[in-house]
Each structure stands twice: as structure tokens, then as C-alpha cells.
Design a protein around this ligand. Structure first.
Ligand code: AP5
Length: 225
């Protein structure tokens, strides 16, 4: 099954992608993480991507498609995967269709004021990429990852003016994808506004969609046998 997670910056894509990965075993592929790895390595692609990421702009399509293709060419992706942060515009969606079938698109719906709170307090592990929040999901020890002991840091693109720009770009370029996938019958909306104390209300919606889709895929395979 090939799953796409769509949502505004801070909607919780990375957080719930980890849940899906643990429960269903699909590799989690975040184009944001792939690009940040290139930036950290100071590769040619990373140096170019950084110029856009630090301002909250989308990285040019050809660069993102290049990092994505090399990642999904790895053997762990052959039975499906979870895409977080791709596609980000209709051109990327069309490009994706040239090399794979999308099974389902989960759209995380969260009001803007909740998003701003989530982004302003996020901390990410430099080592294992685990995600925390200074108030909502605090680590046991400040600045230290509970899972691997790595250093927690605040991303470069979490400055207020950059966040505003990322939200604007989401509205202008990524939101049209909701209509695009809805017309194809692939879109499922997940009401993801709940606080972490009520996270089961979010996870149960995701579970319900993925269970239904797995049943459908199994039934299709039986018909084709
Ligand atoms: P990317 O890394 O994809 O960032 P994003 O889409 O802006 O999303 P975020 O990672 O900021 O948020 P998220 O939805 O994963 O939320 P999270 O789970 O962390 O992209 C970064 C940049 O790379 C882009 O700006 C662009 O430049 C470039 N890029 C990437 N892909 C590209 C593409 N396809 N094309 C072109 N350019 C591309 O949660 C947020 C916080 O909320 C966390 O602290 C979390 O702990 C907390 N939280 C989560 N759920 C809850 C809850 N229920 N209650 C309370 N707190 C919660």
C-alpha cells in the first residue's frame, strides 16, 4: 500500500507517520528529512535546497523528485511506503503517478491557532528524528531525546516569519491537492485538532481508514489470482 500524508506544516504528519510505521510496518519517507540530511552533509543538492528551506519556500521540484526517487528505489520500499511531505503541488502529484499507484491520501485537518502552538514548541532529535513538544510532549530530560539520548534542537525554519511563509505556501500550492485527490476518490480527512491527551481520537480515525484500505487491497489480490 502506498500512503500519502498531507497537512499544513505542524499538522502532525511526522508524529502520526511514526505511529503508522510502528503499527503497519511501512517505511516512513519524509522529503523534509531527506532534504535536511542533504543539507547536513553539505552535498551540492543540500547547499541548493537550503536556500529555499531557510525561507520556508518549496525546494524546486526536480531536486525533490531526485532525492525521493533514490530513496524509494531501496529494497525496503518494494511492498509500499508512507510519504510525508510529498507531493506538495499538483506537478509533483502528476510526476508521482508516472512511477507508482497511490492507494490512499490522509489529509490532517488542524486549525491555524493549534498549528502555531505546535510549531513554536517543537523539538526534534538530531540523531533519530523523534519529535517532542516543550509543553505537549516534553522529553523526560530537557534537551535530550528519550529514545536515543540524542540532542534535541529547534529547526531553522521555525522562526515566526518563516512559519507564516510556509503556511501561505501550503494554502496556495499544497491545498489544491485536496481537490485533486478527492476527485480521484483517494482522499480521507482526519480531524487532527485533538491534544495529545486525546491522541487516540486521531489514531483511531487513521486506523479505520487503513484497515478498510488493507481489506480492499487484499480483496483485489484475491480477484486477480
Ligand atoms: P517538512 O519537513 O515536510 O515540514 P512541514 O511540512 O512544514 O511539516 P513539519 O515537519 O513542520 O510538521 P509536521 O506536520 O510533520 O508536524 P509534527 O509531527 O512535527 O518540510 C520542510 C521544508 O522542506 C519545506 O518547507 C520545503 O522547503 C522542503 N520540502 C519538503 N518536501 C518538499 C517537497 N515535496 N517539495 C518541495 N519542497 C519540499 O508536529 C508538530 C509539533 O506538534 C510537534 O512538536 C509535535 O510533538 C506536536 N504535536 C503533534 N501532534 C500533537 C497533538 N495531537 N497535540 C499536541 N501536540 C502535538
Amino acid at each position: 500500500m502506498n500512503i500519502i500524508l498531507i497537512g499544513a506544516p505542524g499538522a502532525g504528519k511526522g508524529t502520526y507517520a511514526k505511529f503508522i510505521k510502528e503499527k503497519y510496518g511501512f517505511p516512513h519517507i519524509s522529503t523534509g528529512d531527506l532534504l535536511r540530511e542533504e543539507v547536513a552533509k553539505e552535498s551540492e543538492l543540500g547547499v541548493e535546497a537550503r536556500k529555499y528551506m531557510s525561507e520556508g519556500k518549496l525546494v524546486p521540484d526536480d531536486l525533490v523528485i531526485r532525492v525521493l526517487k533514490s530513496r524509494i528505489g531501496l529494497p525496503d520500499c518494494k511492498n509500499g511506503f508512507l510519504l510525508d511531505g510529498f507531493p506538495r503541488n499538483v506537478l509533483q502529484a502528476r510526476e508521482l503517478e508516472k512511477f507508482l499507484d497511490v492507494s490512499v491520501v490522509l489529509s490532517l485537518v488542524v486549525p491555524k491557532e493549534v498549528i502555531l502552538d505546535r510549531l513554536s514548541g517543537r523539538r526534534t532529535c538530531r540523531n533519530c528524528k523523534a519529535i517532542f513538544h516543550v509543553r505537549n510532549i516534553p522529553p523526560k530530560k530537557e534537551g535530550v531525546c528519550d529514545k536515543c539520548g540524542g540532542e534535541l534542537y529547534q529547526r531553522d525554519d521555525e522562526k515566526p516569519e518563516v512559519i507564516e511563509n510556509r503556511l501561505k505556501i501550503y494554502e496556495e500550492q499544497t491545498k489544491p491537492l485536496l481537490d485533486y485527490y478527492s476527485k480521484k476518490g483517494l482522499l480521507y480527512e482526519i480531524d487532527a485538532k485533538y491534544p495529545i491527551s486525546e491522541v487516540d481520537k486521531i489514531l483511531s480515525q487513521i486506523d479505520a481508514v487503513l484497515e478498510e484500505k488493507s481489506r480492499e487491497e487484499k480483496a483485489k489480490k484475491l480477484i486477480w489470482r
